[in-house]
Write a protein that binds this ligand. Structure first.
Ligand code: FAD
Ligand code: DHB
Length: 385
């Protein structure tokens, strides 16, 4: 087989890249180890920055998002006894949208622009410095070779592209806590997301729709979800989110999904080796606090698609040559923001740290300068930052 861009991974980065390349007149083939149903159903991110929404719209993917997504002006930040609203539209001129990664994935599949080979195995990039190709075994069990001008590694943190892009610098921070996340069939008890600092640990009330809530609790690393029956989860969420405070109530409901997420920051540089370009989680991971992972993957792909169209249609390599540096400016900004939100909101048992966190939260919730910094980063910097 031959194509212009061999894309490894059909997550949001891989499928969006294939879609944008198709619109720009460049052929791509996507290879994915999982089934289409599995990829579409994975419960992950839920918040889109305004620049992500604008990009999806300009790529013809905004119709259902505008109809079924929910625009939020901001978030609530909470400490025991205090809940403060930060209005991103007033502070930074931008909003965010609640629209699940599952929905973005469905819209990309429905666009039908990507040629995807699902349920392939043994995917291996080769010869990335000169004449790249990818070998794999297709879903019928036949060994295949896909030759390409360029390989795009969009295969997340466990795919083979990351290692194929080495030698590289790797930067990593592992956090001493995880998130226990639930999806519940119950109307959200809040109009916008609540990020709550609490001495027992962080809690987050998010949502997916008028009838589906998404909530998270800080838990120790190594937590077994089986130790958290639904009643225990709702009781802990009620305590940390302030049920009863100023008449506010958390309404529990049937839990439909429960999982534990470890938290890690990771950046690999450069995001390119020869004819292999990395995008999304293949190059970087952020802890989820602040909802940057999916948005960063989209921002990478916005740059990479433009660079590859210029390279492959006009022979102009300037944007491809600057791709890694251009993408990394935003990657490090979001890496810092996610680390900052995470360390401000998660408790570690050290009383000195707790006082610093509370002081920082008071500053962010009472100073326009402090609130604006959070708003600008959360609602997202313009593409091209
Ligand atoms: P992925 O979505 O990981 O896609 C990579 C694809 O490559 C996958 O489909 C995988 O099956 C495929 N693949 C892997 N290996 C191979 C191989 N060898 N060959 C071919 N294909 C391969 N971000 C947020 O912003 N907010 C959140 O709330 C949030 N919650 C998350 C919860 C969880 C449990 C996880 C894991 C992540 C979460 N994230 C969140 C992060 C966000 O989902 C990711 O940043 C986003 O999915 C990145 O997209 P991607 O396409 O780069 O990688
Ligand atoms: C969600 C996840 C986040 O990490 C976050 O900061 C906000 C929302 C979510 O899954 O809805």
């Amino acid at each position: 087989m031959r194509t212009q861009v061999a894309i490894i991974g059909a997550g949001p980065a891989g499928l969006l890249l294939a879609h944008l390349l198709h619109r720009g007149g460049v052929d791509a083939v996507v290879l994915e180890t999982r089934s289409q149903e599995y990829v579409a159903a994975r419960i992950r991110a839920g918040i889109l920055e305004s620049s992500t929404v604008e990009l999806l719209e300009s790529a013809g993917l905004g119709e259902r998002l505008r109809a079924e997504g929910h625009e939020h002006r901001g978030i609530y930040l909470q400490m025991p006894g205090e809940r403060h609203h930060l209005d991103f539209v007033d502070l930074a001129g931008r909003s965010v949208w609640v629209y699940g990664q599952t929905e973005v994935q469905k819209d990309l599949v429905a666009a039908g622009t990507a040629e995807v080979h699902y349920e392939v195995t043994d995917v291996e990039p080769h010869s990335v410095d000169a004449d790249p190709y990818v070998t794999f075994i297709d879903s019928a069990g036949t060994r295949q070779r896909l030759d390409a001008d360029v390989i795009a590694g969009c295969d997340g943190s466990f795919g083979p592209s990351r290692a194929a892009a080495a030698p590289a610098e790797m930067y990593e921070r592992v956090y001493p806590y995880s998130w226990l996340g639930i999806l519940a069939d119950v109307a959200p008890s809040t109009d916008e997301l609540i990020y709550a600092w609490h001495p027992d640990g962080f809690a987050l009330h998010s949502m997916r729709s008028e009838t589906v809530s998404r909530l998270y609790l800080q838990v120790p690393n190594g937590t077994d979800p089986a130790d958290w029956p639904d009643d225990r989860i709702w009781a802990e969420l009620a305590t940390r989110l302030g049920h009863g405070q100023d008449g506010w109530k958390l309404t529990p409901g049937p839990v439909t999904d429960k999982s534990v997420l470890p938290m890690r920051s990771y950046v690999q540089t450069p995001m390119r080796r020869g004819r292999l370009f990395l995008a999304g989680d293949a190059a970087h991971i952020v802890p989820p606090t602040g909802a940057k992972g999916l948005n960063l993957a989209v921002a990478d792909v916005a740059l990479l698609s433009t660079a590859l169209i210029a390279l492959l249609r006009e022979g102009d390599s300037r944007l491809a040559d600057s791709y890694s540096d251009d993408a990394l400016r935003r990657v490090w900004r979001c890496t810092h923001f996610s680390w900052w939100m995470t360390t401000m909101l998660h408790t570690g048992g050290d009383p000195f740290d707790a006082q610093l966190q509370l002081s920082q939260l008071r500053w962010v919730t009472t100073s326009t300068a402090g609130a604006t910094g959070l708003a600008e980063n959360y609602a997202g910097l313009p593409l091209g930052f």
